[in-house]
Design a protein around this ligand. Sequence first.
Ligand SMILES: CC(C)(COP(=O)(O)OP(=O)(O)OC[C@H]1O[C@@H](n2cnc3c(N)ncnc32)[C@H](O)[C@@H]1OP(=O)(O)O)[C@@H](O)C(=O)NCCC(=O)NCCS
Length: 150
Amino acid sequence: MKFVHVDAVSEIENIVYPTPWTKSAFINEVLDNAFAYYYVALDDGKVVGYSGMWLVLDEGHITTLAVCPEKQCRGVGAMLLGNLIKEAASMGAQRMTLEVRTSNAIAQELYRKFGFVRCGIRRKYYHDEDAVIMWLDQLVERGTNNGCYE
Ligand SMILES: CC(C)(COP(=O)(O)OP(=O)(O)OC[C@H]1O[C@@H](n2cnc3c(N)ncnc32)[C@H](O)[C@@H]1OP(=O)(O)O)[C@@H](O)C(=O)NCCC(=O)NCCS
């Protein structure tokens, strides 16, 4: 993700998330956060999805993953997640974590397919809802396979 993608990313963000990040939050991530790694999925040059993580020491923390509604259910989300795992592993991460809304069964199933395991609940993480905490361990041992691990 580069600065030029932020408008398109923000448009998708406002549609798919009930509590979207602001445009300036993405600009800060892309330009100023040395621990942040963000990616876009492009279709004919148009942003159709994006993903992001913070990489601190040997841990990757997935901060976002989204696909525009018209392009969902076509493997874009899986591609973006596979890429995040591969990038994190190649930069030395041993494990990855994320928070996901308890009601978001679709995303939890996607993460589960890539080997993420539910490890707890963070109460009121989203103010209006709890978060499920998921972890994926042994990244390097799993290799940098870009596909699902199940
Ligand atoms: C979660 C999200 C990124 C998935 O992206 P996607 O491109 O639609 O997902 P894919 O087509 O790659 O599907 C991957 C897996 O997700 C699950 N999935 C995707 N859409 C689904 C649906 N409508 N119903 C049930 N499971 C679904 C399936 O397990 C699927 O694997 P399969 O194709 O082998 O069945 C997308 O739904 C999205 O942007 N949601 C809104 C934002 C969000 O909730 N992000 C996650 C925050 S933690």
